[in-house]
Design a protein around this ligand. Structure first.
Ligand code: ARG
Length: 466
């Protein structure tokens, strides 16, 4: 056992925490990244304390100046963080008080419980805005790639088996839709993050007449009409981590979408598919096999989704058994949220860059899309239009496919006589079903992959993402 080493603790305590206790409980190693938010919160709080007469104007100004100086030193890397001061809040406040005596009044009616809730809300609000911007750019990169290859048709897959032809752009736009829903979930999460908890104190507010609205306005916690947004229950405010869970959940779903896109990219870049080529700068080689060019960015994007999903699970598990209100367990929330935000934002950004360095192999796509089996369903639709019930049409075309297989020919090379051996009333026009271009034109309704509908969607997205 290490000896008790006195640190700057006093009052109720005869000594500071033992060194190993300090090491175990510190959060400065990771929560120092909240320094900007912590300083902004303290400046707003000081302004409010002067408005209610707890600080003189001079004291409030000296505090603001002191905090700004500390901020500059932190930004410049000159600030000395002291692990024995546990966290970002105590480090900044202690240093402020050393420089500005009125700093000792700053913590009036404030607890680290509402302070940390505030810092995290401020931090996450900015982070959400940054991520939303990057996500939009990823959508743009997808639309650009679709537009640059708007005539390219590929097989669409179900069960990873060739199903029906689609425009390559249609496939990419499916991801644009997913990311749009992610963006709207993110905006929704931002609404519930953007609420000011300061004034909740440790658990039960304060006996002093704090002006919570002033602090909220100062920190931009306002609605579209400029009205301050305040938490309505002090106990909820210091123990609520819903906004972090929501963020981690939105991010986890986003990471899952990213992972699926990454998987498609990996498949398409394989020799077997060869639908796309990723530029050298966005691939890596093998240390052993000289010929290799690996889609590592996409693989890591897929891989990193695992930790993002894991972070959500950690956070939920962390909260599950906690009694009201603040418990030190909550300190464990930060690294999960930081890691999620960092991972997702970095991944979204690099994927967008990779897509901008990806080209499409038109001839490989053409060959794959020319597979007439992709239009077997169209042949069934042809029979439906002639009045046959779909179940029967499905059966007849199934027989035609089996016949083609037996004859060892592609579906579109069967003769009319052969077709008629499966169903005598096939018309002469039946074989024209296999004209791919015409087949694409038949798919005109909203959401379908005809060239006109896909171009319309590309145009709409381009405009919306500008
Ligand atoms: N570092 C702490 C956290 O992240 C700050 C709040 C500490 N509050 C307390 N009463 N010990 O949660």
């Amino acid at each position: 056992m290490k000896n008790h080493k006195p640190v700057s603790r006093s009052g109720r305590f005869a000594s500071g925490p033992a060194e190993d206790v300090a090491q175990f409980t510190e959060s400065i190693s990771f929560d120092r990244r909240l320094w900007r938010q912590d300083i902004a919160g303290s400046k707003a709080h000081a302004k409010m304390l002067s408005a209610i007469g707890v600080l003189t104007n001079e004291e409030a100004e000296a505090i603001a100046r002191g905090l700004d100086e500390i901020g500059q030193e932190i930004a410049g890397g000159q600030f000395e963080w002291k692990p024995e001061l546990e966290d970002v809040h105590m480090n900044i406040e202690a240093e402020l008080t050393r420089r500005v005596p009125a700093g000792a009044k700053l913590h009036t009616s404030r607890s680290r419980n509402d302070q940390v809730a505030l810092d995290m809300r401020l931090w996450l609000r900015d982070e959400i805005d940054l991520l939303a911007g990057e996500l939009k750019d990823l959508q743009r990169a997808l639309v650009e790639l679709g537009q640059a290859n708007s005539a390219v048709i590929i097989p669409g897959y179900t069960h990873l088996q060739r199903a029906q032809p689609v425009f390559f752009a249609h496939h990419l736009l499916a991801y644009v839709e997913m990311f749009e829903r992610d963006a709207s979930r993110l905006a929704d999460c931002r609404r519930r993050t953007n609420i000011c908890p300061l004034g909740s104190g440790a658990i039960a507010g304060s006996t002093l007449p704090l002006k919570r609205e002033l602090v909220a306005r100062e920190l931009g916690f306002t609605d579209e009409k400029g009205r301050p947004l305040l938490t309505q229950n002090s106990m909820d405010a210091v123990s609520d981590r819903d906004f972090m869970v929501e963020f981690c959940s939105v991010a986890a779903l986003m990471a899952v979408h990213i992972s699926r896109l990454a998987e498609d990219v990996i498949l398409w870049a394989s020799e077997e598919f060869s639908f796309i080529k990723i530029a050298d700068a966005y691939t890596t080689g093998s240390s052993l096999m000289p010929q290799k060019k690996n889609p590592d960015i996409a693989e890591l994007a897929r891989g990193k989704s695992g930790r993002v999903v894991g972070n959500l699970m950690s956070l939920l598990t962390l909260l599950k058994g906690l009694p009201m209100t603040y418990n030190r367990d909550l300190q464990e929330d930060k690294e999960r949220v930081f890691d999620t935000a960092d991972t997702v934002r970095m991944t979204v950004r690099i994927l967008a860059a990779m897509l901008r360095h990806t080209s499409v192999n038109g001839s490989r796509c053409r060959t794959a899309a020319a597979d007439p089996q992709l239009l077997a369903t169209d042949l069934a639709d042809y029979l439906v239009l002639k009045g046959m019930p779909f179940r029967q049409a499905h059966h007849v075309v199934g027989e035609v496919v089996a016949l083609a297989e037996r004859k060892g020919k592609p579906l579109n090379k069967l003769t009319l006589t052969e077709l008629r051996s499966a169903y005598p009333r096939f018309g002469r026009d039946a074989l024209s079903t296999f004209d791919l271009k015409k087949a694409m034109e038949r798919r005109t309704m909203i959401g379908a992959p005809s060239s006109s509908e896909v171009s319309r969607q590309l145009r709409l997205w381009k405009k919306q993402l500008d």
